[in-house]
Write a protein that binds this ligand. Structure first.
Ligand code: ZN
Ligand code: ZN
Length: 428
């Protein structure tokens, strides 16, 4: 295997995905290119879109009209038309490499969506300087999932090249849509994607770890629920008949302040955030509508549930107070996650043997929530083992910031680490 060439190819792929970022459930270009590449590499059992998603379990997907627009955009931006048709309006890809000898089934998961944030347009930002900045307005690969997708394809290539070293079992590659906002993993687990998996591995690039380091067990992912709250009031002339109106803007504004005043929980970390608030139709009209996008998180399920039930009480209370109607929609959800110690240790040993990392952490601290927790729970509750790993890559700005960029050299480290761990699991 020519590592130099593999690295160059991954950088090309990552920059291509970076140029055309796609948010949750709209990853038609990205998914179709992944499917095209996997097919060319010789992967069998390729499943895409609707075949890997249970639509009844989907959270936070755009409207059918918006999906249609994104399909057109993806085709215009160079997506593979045949695969996009095959996807049947849903995104995501899975593929299998089967040794043909009975043995462990290992699932490797890579998330592929971008963040809804505007990319830095200054020349300080390397994607601008080197001409691979986002072409899609208000969307950017500011979490590194462009590198995750490129690494998934790199691993796919490396596994084919090293197929003769795999003694038994099967490797399943999962390219997951809609990680941001914890929207996609649940729908994949409900399509049975990891029901045959004995082992599950996922990995995130960046975070607090510099290039040349690796963590085998990320701890502290928070349970979370994401909600949309839609207030509907009654419009009225703001001067002539204000008393006949019902003010949705004030209901939402009161709720926003009260949600941020929910008392913290004594048993652990709690987070609440109202991230979007849109209301009203005109200066002289009592605002008849308001949309709030909020999320709650907790270091335990109990704390997250506490914050969620308090937020829902506040939303209902504010709606009653202002005489509006309220519709609540759950747009995302995830769980706490705990990696299996023995699997993490096996991974650490396999990575140590490579001798390419300056430092390997037995455990690292995660900052937010992770959609992969659904996969981990599903595999663990069926008797399998899972861990979430951290790939060091020096970053230029925090995740989800428009100036985020990563050290592309880390991708080869990540591919070599994951391939070594996969071989260790299958040949164990
Ligand atoms: Zn993210
Ligand atoms: Zn991420």
């Amino acid at each position: 295997m020519d590592f130099r060439e593999l690295e160059r190819e991954m950088i090309r792929t990552r920059r291509d995905f970076h140029r055309y970022p796609e948010a949750a459930w709209t990853e038609f270009r990205t998914s179709s290119i992944i499917a095209e590449r996997l097919e060319r590499l010789g992967y069998k059992n390729l499943r895409v879109g609707r075949q890997v998603i249970n639509p009844d379990a989907v959270m936070g997907r755009p409207s059918e009209d918006e999906i249609s627009e994104h399909i057109k955009r993806a085709v215009m931006q160079g997506g593979n038309l045949g695969w996009i048709k095959e996807m049947n309006r849903y995104t995501g890809v899975t593929a299998e490499l089967d040794t043909g000898v009975p043995g462990p089934v290992l699932a490797l998961r890579f998330d592929i969506d971008c963040v809804e944030v505007c990319e830095d347009e200054s020349s300080e930002h390397r994607p601008v300087r080197e001409n691979f900045a986002s072409m899609n307005t208000n969307l950017a690969h500011a979490c590194g999932h462009d590198a995750h997708a490129a690494m998934g394809l790199g691993i796919a290539e490396m596994l084919i090249a090293r197929e003769s070293f795999l003694k038994r079992g099967k490797i399943k590659l999962i390219f997951q849509p809609a990680e941001e906002g914890c929207r996609g993993a649940y729908a994949m687990t409900q399509a049975g994607i990891v029901d045959d998996a004995d082992y599950f591995l996922a990995m995130h690039i960046g975070g607090a770890l510099p290039t040349g380091t690796f963590g085998v067990n990320s701890l502290g992912y928070m349970a979370t629920t994401k909600l949309d709250a839609k207030f509907t009031g009654v419009p009225a002339h703001a001067a002539g008949s204000p008393s006949s109106g019902r003010n949705a803007l004030l209901a939402a504004a009161s709720a926003a302040l009260a949600i941020h005043s929910i008392p913290p929980h004594s048993a652990g970390k709690m987070r609440v955030n109202v991230g979007v608030l849109q209301a009203g139709t005109g200066r002289n009209v009592i605002a008849p509508n308001a949309l709030m996008k909020l999320e709650v998180r907790g270091s335990t399920q109990e704390i997250s549930d506490y914050a969620c039930s308090r937020a829902v009480e506040i939303l209902n209370g504010a709606s009653v107070m202002y005489g509006t109607d309220l519709e609540l929609i759950k747009t995302g959800e995830s769980l706490t996650a705990q990696g299996n110690e023995d699997l993490a240790q096996l991974a650490a040993q396999a990575v140590k043997n490579l001798n390419i990392f300056d430092f390997i952490f037995d455990s690292t601290k995660a900052g937010g929530s992770e959609d992969a927790a659904w996969f981990m729970h599903r595999v663990q509750e069926r008797g399998g083992k899972a861990t979430y790993m951290a790939l060091g890559s020096t970053i230029t700005a925090p995740h989800h910031n428009g100036s985020f960029d990563l050290d592309e050299r880390a991708m080869l480290y990540g591919v070599r680490a994951m391939t070594a761990i996969a071989e260790a699991i299958l040949n164990n």
